[in-house]
Design a protein around this ligand. Structure first.
Ligand code: ADP
Ligand code: ADP
Length: 229
């Protein structure tokens, strides 16, 4: 069994009388330790897919498994634990607590975890060893995203999920963030999934899942992915 499996997963949103099929009968797999890019135009269902994988949204039908556990049949209580212990989240707009320092932001997340990694160690691994005492407002966009990545990694999660992590950054800064995510995956063996509408990311992924109109249009496996530089 693959590390992540989507089997015939659908998500229907009920908008009054109207049904919106955000995801329709999606099936794909992800192997442990892969750097995965999920790519497709706006509205294709990428965020819905990621939210279901992260236990933030339920599917209407189908099965989702992570590391042998059937996430799609979890109770509310199990989902809360799953989000807390198993998944690290990185968003487009960082979502840091503005009146806490970088170190405190990371510690906040690791306090609620089972096997957290030391905050300063993780901050050093994302290149912020000398910024641990800074508040988000004193950091650049790229640095704030590094703090957000450190916060997610400090949970020591099975899976790191990133929704448009470069969406708010300029080209060079975004590239550096992608390189960091790729390096993290290579060096720690952690499985990393990045959602983006930008097909420029595809060449650096081990696996690319192309999503269109709620369906998987194609899956590419790169035997020799490029380094993100
Ligand atoms: P993407 O991330 O690829 O831009 P989304 O997953 O956000 O796509 O959205 C897929 C489709 O589902 C879109 O048509 C969107 O309008 C719809 N959708 C997403 N979330 C909701 C929701 N909470 N209620 C109703 N429709 C939604
Ligand atoms: P746009 O024209 O939509 O702004 P760009 O081509 O400037 O798109 O790239 C936007 C994002 O794509 C940037 O955040 C950058 O990080 C990423 N990107 C583009 N090409 C590469 C690449 N070869 N390697 C890594 N990231 C890339």
């Amino acid at each position: 069994m693959a590390f992540v499996e989507f089997r015939d997963v659908s998500k229907i949103y009920q908008m009054g009388e109207v049904e919106v099929a955000a995801v329709r009968a999606m099936s794909f797999q992800i192997e442990q330790g892969e750097f995965v890019v999920i790519v497709g135009p706006s509205g294709a269902g990428k965020t819905t897919l990621l939210n279901m994988l992260g236990g933030m949204d339920s599917c209407t039908s189908g099965t989702i498994t992570l590391d042998g556990a059937e996430v799609s049949s979890f109770s509310r209580k199990q989902l809360t634990k799953y989000r807390r212990y198993d998944i690290g989240f990185v968003f487009q707009f960082y979502n840091l607590v503005s009146n806490l320092t970088a170190r405190e932001n990371v510690e906040l997340a690791s306090q609620i975890c089972k096997n957290p990694l030391p905050a300063d160690e993780v901050l050093a691994s994302v290149g912020l060893a000398d910024r641990v005492r800074n508040f988000p407002g004193q950091l650049s966009g790229g640095e704030q995203q590094r703090v957000a990545i450190a916060r997610a990694l400090a949970k020591n999660p099975k899976l790191l999920l990133c929704d448009e992590p470069t969406g708010a950054l300029d080209y060079e800064t975004g590239k550096a963030i992608l390189k960091l995510l790729q390096d993290t995956c290579r060096e720690t063996g952690r499985t990393v999934v990045v959602v983006t509408h930008n097909s420029a990311f595809c060449s650096i992924a081990d696996r690319v899942i192309h999503v269109r109109e709620g369906s998987v249009a194609a899956v590419e496996v790169n035997e020799a992915p490029l380094s993100a530089e």
